[in-house]
Design a protein around this ligand. Structure first.
Ligand code: 6PG
Length: 252
């Protein structure tokens, strides 16, 4: 069985603070190296507290936002001020409350009529900022991912076409079950990241998490997050981790 790096926290708050510290530590290393630090942020509800902590007075002055570039993992095909917009959640939780240069946040323009063009434009933005070597994929320093009860991550849902994408970094994905289209980073890009941290909280995730971490491999989208040359960590709260074996939880 694959050995996962699983950290179980007593609460969403403790988990979110641990994720914020990981972000701060990794961004500080890149600042010391005088290099850009790049992070890809998921939407949904779980990461909101993390984003609020990153913008909080407690971390004021401890994160060098001027050399940090923020990207989106995925976006719903709604206007940026729509209640369902991941951008709106990130803006309200983080961007409106931290001293982040406007040009350092790269919004997925999933409201565009031509989603294929929006995907190409976003890939060009990733290349412009991260400047991969010719033929290489851009390497994000950190990616925060969520997971749905069905084992989806990003907007890579079970049974959808984007699961099979092997080349482009960003693409549209039609999610039949939700009756909506999304724009999402793909496995090839996500698996090129240096550090991937799943943030999973809540009892509704427990069964899906057990299947992902302890079930047969290759069945669920979240299982296909396997960084080629990077770390993969699972930050869980107790409620989400309650169905995991002691071995999976890293306990004796
Ligand atoms: C989205 C997210 C998605 C999310 C999971 C978990 O656009 O909804 O990117 O992948 O991470 O659905 O969502 P919650 O954190 O709200 O449970």
């Amino acid at each position: 069985m694959v050995k996962h790096d699983v950290k179980v926290f007593s609460s969403l708050e403790e988990m979110s603070w641990a994720a914020a510290c990981a972000f701060e530590d990794l961004s500080r290393i890149r600042a010391i190296e005088n290099k850009t630090f790049s992070a890809a942020l998921s939407g949904g509800l779980t990461p909101r507290l993390l984003y609020q902590i990153l913008a909080s007075r407690a971390l004021l002055g401890r994160i060098q936002w001027k050399n940090i570039h923020l990207f989106q993992v995925d976006e719903r095909c709604v206007p940026p001020d729509h209640p369902d917009s991941n951008y709106r959640m990130i803006r309200e939780a983080l961007l409106d409350n931290a001293d982040i240069p406007a040009e350092n946040f790269h919004r997925m323009q999933a409201e565009q009529a031509d989603l294929e063009q929006a995907a190409r434009d976003y890939a060009h933005e990733l290349a412009r900022v991260l400047q991969p070597q010719d033929g290489d994929r851009p390497r994000l320093d950190i990616v925060f991912l969520g997971m749905g009860p069905d084992g989806h991550t990003a907007s890579l849902f079970p049974g959808t076409a984007a699961l099979e994408e092997q080349s482009v970094w960003v693409r549209p994905n039609h999610v039949e079950r939700l009756g909506m289209r999304r724009l999402t980073m793909t496995f090839p890009l996500l698996n090129t990241a240096a550090h991937v941290i799943f943030l999973v909280a809540g009892a509704d995730k427990a069964e899906g998490l057990r299947k992902v971490l302890e079930g047969p491999p290759g069945q669920l989208p979240a299982q296909r997050i396997q960084p080629l040359d990077g770390s993969l960590s699972w930050f869980l709260d107790e409620a989400a981790a309650r169905k995991l074996s002691p071995a999976t939880r890293g306990e004796p």
